[in-house]
Design a protein around this ligand. Structure first.
Ligand SMILES: C[S@@+](CC[C@H](N)C(=O)[O-])C[C@H]1O[C@@H](n2cnc3c(N)ncnc32)[C@H](O)[C@@H]1O
Length: 137
């Protein structure tokens, strides 16, 4: 994985903002709308992948608002994943919520691991159409 200025930016955001929505974006009202809109595509019991989950701000909200979902968040910035894991521990989420480091361009999950995969404001961080196609794939 190349550690360019985009990576450095998000790594710093994760280090600075802890569990706050500011790690991802200052507009928490718009984030609420995103969470509501994406949540309509998740059914109780689904296995869900949140790609580019940042500090898990939205991931936890989806876990809380659906029954028996298992939700995995991945992000390429270690500070974001560390913040998510810290919040998970503090708030007492169980093993149905998990986080790991991963790059949307090279995820290693076997096919059919998830019922729903979503990504919010992450593809915009990929600097070419070829990389965005790779991420979508
Ligand atoms: C604008 S934030 C969005 C966070 C979250 N999806 C949300 O809706 O609040 C973008 C996130 O994407 C992550 N990201 C950027 N490029 C990525 C990549 N190539 N692979 C995985 N995560 C990436 C950043 O580290 C950052 O946490």
């Amino acid at each position: 994985m190349s550690k360019d200025h985009i990576y450095e930016y998000w790594e710093a955001q994760g280090q600075t903002h802890g569990e706050s929505h500011w790690a991802s974006w200052g507009d928490n009202w718009m984030i609420d709308l995103e969470i509501d809109t994406i949540g309509k595509h998740i059914k109780d019991g689904d296995r869900v992948l949140d790609i580019g989950c940042a500090n898990g701000y939205s991931t936890f909200r989806q876990a809380q608002s659906h029954k028996q979902v298992s939700i995995t968040g991945v992000d390429f910035a270690p500070s974001m994943v560390a913040a998510a894991q810290e919040t998970k521990m503090q708030k007492g989420f169980g093993e149905d919520v998990s986080f790991s480091i991963g790059d949307i361009r090279s995820l290693q999950f076997p096919s059919n691991t998830f019922d729903v995969a979503y990504t919010t404001r992450v593809l915009i961080n990929l600097s070419s159409w070829e990389q965005q196609i790779s991420g979508i794939s």
